[in-house]
Design a protein around this ligand. Structure first.
Ligand SMILES: Cc1cc2nc3c(=O)[nH]c(=O)nc-3n(C[C@H](O)[C@H](O)[C@H](O)COP(=O)(O)OP(=O)(O)OC[C@H]3O[C@@H](n4cnc5c(N)ncnc54)[C@H](O)[C@@H]3O)c2cc1C
Length: 458
């Protein structure tokens, strides 16, 4: 099976792609045209007067932004409790509040560009099946409440065997509800799920969103914005007052470079006046490949965005399952519901990831089991997937997106590191980078680029 994403399927196949055809000078060069690069361009154009060139190795939104689950969500995969351990309650709460507020930023992009593509914003539901999972989620909620944030609300089944054992510090963060309600909210008949928590979630085709936003930017800022696709950046040479980029066969001169590359790919960073950044950078982001599948059904149910922790999970291969159901125009004028499901993921050792790699049978087996046991037990045999796709996730060492200037040379800035959930953090990162570009004094945050990184033992 090949890597075939439903999000890329909806892009405009006739769009012309312009590559860099000569040397250029620009105020800001953004490397990588996924949602991070495009959000950064959007806010830099809106809130500064600088010229912006967006340079993409292949085609816009064909990286993780075209191969994800498209759930718009505010949670951090490393968990709020771990953030509190690493950064303290105050800084963790500020980081969470920043991502919560990114809903307003993504809506600002959507509104300014006059979009009408599908983007729902409703309550999403997360299902739990064990005491440990429930108490882990309640602890997250307790810390959020202590940090002045609105916690998720949890319902625990009245017949959950652990209901009376929930420690008293979690009073007020959950209520007992009929088991049938838990299952109804999760749209499953599988009785292993004993609790559900709800928070605002949405779903969007983030690739289509990128394509539409770029179309808007090209029209709104013809003098200040350009997009160059099929233009890989091989080398970035930094000096105290600017950068030179070796981009395909040409040279880009810029006052600032913003790396929105998800973390990888084949470039080198040379810092003329400072310590070696290259090794540090390439060691600072590690890759995981995640696998998803989707099938079509009649459009007779409303959209949902859910996740499920089963009694067997989490494992390294399946941390949890996630599902969206949404209206989907498969062929022009034909709207179905698209059921898209993810869960399996695994590390890859070096820069060997390729989008061309076959979709593994093992992932299909896992996702089939999910469909049969949890979401649609009425389906028999092998599920007839219309789409099977995989994508790359970049994990930073501290599990937080890296947003801001490189401490050794602020000519270089980063908005990268997907860490599992990256749509809203990319958009927040775009707005935050613009503050740096505008010369504002930006308070320190948990997203700052770490000054020191632990390098691997020799
Ligand atoms: C299977 C999967 C499911 C996911 N589900 C969700 C989800 O439900 N919700 C959520 O919020 N997040 C999710 N994510 C994460 C989310 O998709 C990413 O965090 C987000 O799309 C990252 O956007 P980005 O712009 O940083 O990276 P990308 O979209 O990967 O863009 C980086 C771009 O940089 C380009 N590039 C790299 N190197 C160079 C170079 N040298 N020169 C020029 N260009 C270069 C690449 O070609 C690419 O286009 C998921 C990710 C995966 C893989």
């Amino acid at each position: 099976m090949r890597n075939r994403s439903p999000w890329i399927h909806q892009l405009d196949k006739d769009r012309a792609h312009q590559r860099l055809s000569g040397d250029i000078t620009t105020d800001v060069v953004i490397v990588g045209a996924g949602i991070a690069g495009i959000a950064t361009a959007f806010f830099a154009l809106k809130y500064t007067t600088q010229t912006v060139s967006l340079v993409e190795a292949y085609k816009l939104a064909h990286g993780a932004s075209g191969h994800n689950a498209g759930q718009v969500a505010t949670y951090f995969e490393k968990g709020f409790a771990n953030m509190v351990k690493d950064f303290g309650l105050h800084e963790a709460a500020s980081a969470q509040a920043a991502i919560n507020n990114a809903w307003e930023l993504i809506n600002e992009m959507y509104r300014d560009a006059g979009l009408d593509i599908f983007f729902n914003q409703e309550l999403g539901h997360d299902g739990y099946s064990t005491y440990e999972q429930v108490v882990g989620a309640l602890e997250e909620a307790r810390l959020k409440r202590q940090g002045g944030l609105d916690p998720e609300h949890m319902g625990i089944a009245v017949n959950a065997p652990f209901l009376d054992d929930i420690p008293p510090q979690y009073v007020g963060l959950y209520r007992a509800i009929p088991h049938a309600t838990v299952l109804e909210m999760l749209e499953t008949k599988n009785p292993v799920f004993l609790a559900v928590s709800s928070l605002k979630k949405g779903s969007i085709n983030s690739a289509l969103f990128c394509e539409k936003i770029v179309g808007y930017l090209l029209g709104a800022y013809p003098e200040r914005f350009a997009l160059y696709e099929h233009t890989p950046v091989h080398k970035i040479i930094l000096s105290p007052d600017g950068a030179v980029l070796d981009a395909d066969r040409h040279v880009v001169l810029a006052k600032h470079v913003v790396l929105c590359t998800n973390g990888f790919e084949n470039f080198h960073i040379i810092n003329e006046n400072g310590l070696e950044l290259d090794t540090k950078f390439h060691y600072s982001v590690r890759g995981r490949v995640a696998y998803m599948s989707a099938y079509l059904e009649p459009a007779d149910n409303p959209p949902i965005a859910t996740s499920y922790e089963t009694p067997e999970e989490p494992s390294d291969y399946i941390p949890y399952y996630y599902l969206t159901r949404r209206p989907y125009e498969f062929e022009e004028g034909m709207v179905h519901n698209l059921i898209s499901i993810g869960g399996p993921e695994e590390p890859f050792a070096d820069n060997t990831y390729s989008q061309e790699v076959e979709y593994p049978e093992r992932a299909i087996e896992v996702l089939n089991r999910f469909v049969h046991e949890i979401y649609a037990p009425e389906k028999e045999g092998r599920v007839d997937y219309e789409f099977t796709w995989h994508g790359l996730m970049g994990y930073t060492q501290n599990g937080m997106r890296m947003i801001g200037p490189e401490p050794q040379n602020p000519v270089l800035l980063y908005n990268l590191g997907c860490n599992g959930v990256g749509i809203l953090p990319s958009v927040f990162g775009g707005r935050q980078i613009t503050r740096h570009l505008a010369g504002e004094k930006v308070p320190p945050s948990a997203f700052d680029v770490p000054k020191r990184l632990t390098l691997p033992p020799l």
